[in-house]
Design a protein around this ligand. Structure first.
Ligand code: NAD
Length: 426
């Protein structure tokens, strides 16, 4: 049976754009995106969407109220749907077993239990969140143990590979769509039904079908491989700086080798974002659980190198400014973790500014998309500065790059927003 009604649980950076694009491309499917967070849903229903992504507004405004809906009525949307995406957050665990490494699956479990409790008909349940290998097994157990007799659930894994900042472009024209399912007749039928949603606009040869566990692991593996390239070029940048080699020239020379390729070879202050570090730590934890300590150590080094790069960057700034930045003004251009997004999760700017504050510098920050309050909130978090007054004493948020740079002793370009290139040329 073709899918006619989709519910997406989680109206975040993944659920919102992904299911808006499905509604945009599949007018014959009703798509309802739900969240427990009323403010987030209100923003999705307003002119000021809660997420900034180039091209997102046009897509939402075109389909909202037609076949695209945002609501906090989670139960109603679950009951109506034939297919449910679980697209909730899976942050690194903060306490308990696996703290600091394993994924916190409490939100996935909460959403799964809700589906089991309220569903009145059979459903395809799709794991969209990034989860450790074999999470689908736990979801199946929860669904089977808690559901009404006679109701059947099929589980698919459909990890999301979009990159923030280019989410809409990636969703409209994906390199691939990956769908994993149990290789039973029911599992294969569910996989086919989900594939038919995507083939409304994605060429069939880009829809890859695998078993459940390959699909779950492929998402962690893809993020680990991408992050590893960044740490590799950053490790080389340290050698370049010590030898007089130019890391951009080295990256270009290496990237011209078709076996290596040129993408993701730009040296930087290190990767940020909600996914790379979390997913690698997840892979490290999985390796440890599987008694593969050498494998765990290998992937952990990618994260260690990333932290090293940020520290090295701060040390370089301090040594350039005659070994002290006390009372000096440091302009920080960019606060989001990358350009074309307002997302600040794990942004490199947070770590750098924390270090600048510890050295008693005055910090002037400018970012074109990040809300001022968000910057103060991120810097005041426990483990960062943990003291709002201290943050406000040292940090000023500016309305432009020029204002931030005025009279600055150092200008630190953290996020590669295009407008900074133009500013530099003025
Ligand atoms: P997010 O925090 O932006 O959004 C998750 C949303 O789920 C939140 O709004 C939260 O309120 C909601 N939620 C949690 N439990 C709920 C429940 N029981 N019922 C209803 N709503 C609930 O997270 P995100 O960035 O969209 O990431 C979601 C998943 O996708 C994560 O597993 C992440 O690793 C993965 N992922 C993220 C990206 C990315 O670029 N952000 C890319 C690929 C995959």
């Amino acid at each position: 049976m073709p899918v006619r009604n989709i519910c997406c649980i989680g109206a975040g950076y993944v659920g919102g754009p992904t299911c808006s694009v499905i509604a945009y491309k599949c007018h014959d499917i009703k798509v309802t995106i739900v969240d427990l967070n009323q403010a987030r849903i209100d923003a999705w229903n307003s002119d000021n969407l809660p997420i900034y992504e180039p091209g997102l507004d046009e897509i939402v405004f075109e389909r909202r109220g037609k076949n695209l809906f945002f609501t906090t009525d989670v139960d109603g949307a679950i009951q109506e749907a034939d297919l449910i995406f679980v697209s909730v957050n899976t942050p690194t665990k903060k306490s308990g077993m696996g703290a600091g490494m394993a994924a916190d699956l409490a939100y996935v479990e909460g959403a799964t239990r809700r589906i089991a409790e309220v569903a009145k008909s059979s459903k395809i349940v799709v794991e969209k969140s990034t989860v450790p290998c074999r999470t689908a097994q736990s979801m199946r157990t929860i669904l089977e143990a808690n559901s009404t007799p006679g109701i059947h659930f099929d589980i698919c894994s459909n990890p999301e590979f979009l990159a923030e900042g280019t989410a809409i472009k990636d969703l409209l024209n994906p390199d691939r769509v990956l769908i994993g399912a149990l290789q039973t007749p029911e599992g294969i039928a569910a996989q086919k039904a989900l594939a038919e949603v995507y083939t409304h606009w994605v060429p069939a040869d880009r829809v890859i079908t695998t078993n459940l566990w390959s699909s779950e692991l492929s998402k962690l593996a893809a993020n680990a491989l991408l992050a590893q390239r960044i740490s590799s070029i950053n490790a080389l940048s340290a050698i370049c700086e010590a030898t007089g080699a130019d890391v951009d020239e080295v990256a270009y020379a290496c990237g011209r080798d078709s076996r290596i390729g040129s993408k993701f070879l730009k040296a930087s202050v290190g990767f940020g974002g909600s996914c790379f570090q979390k997913d690698i730590l997840n892979l490290v934890y999985l390796s440890e659980q599987l008694h593969l300590p050498e494998v765990a150590a290998y992937w952990k080094q990618v994260v260690i190198m990333n932290e090293y790069q940020k520290k090295r960057f701060v040390r370089h700034i301090i040594s350039t400014l005659f070994n002290t930045i006390t009372n000096k003004k440091i302009a920080v251009l960019g606060f989001a973790f990358k350009k074309d997004t307002g997302d600040t999760r794990e942004a490199a700017a947070i770590t750098l500014i924390k270090d600048f504050i510890q050295e008693h510098a005055r910090v002037a920050v400018y970012d074109p998309k990040v809300d001022h309050e968000q910057i103060f909130r991120d810097l005041s978090e426990p483990g960062i500065v943990d003291n709002r007054k201290e943050v406000e004493k040292h940090v000023t948020i500016c309305a432009s790059a020029y204002e931030a740079c005025h009279d600055a002793d150092a200008v630190v370009l953290v996020t590669e927003w295009d407008e900074f290139k133009d500013t530099a040329l003025d």
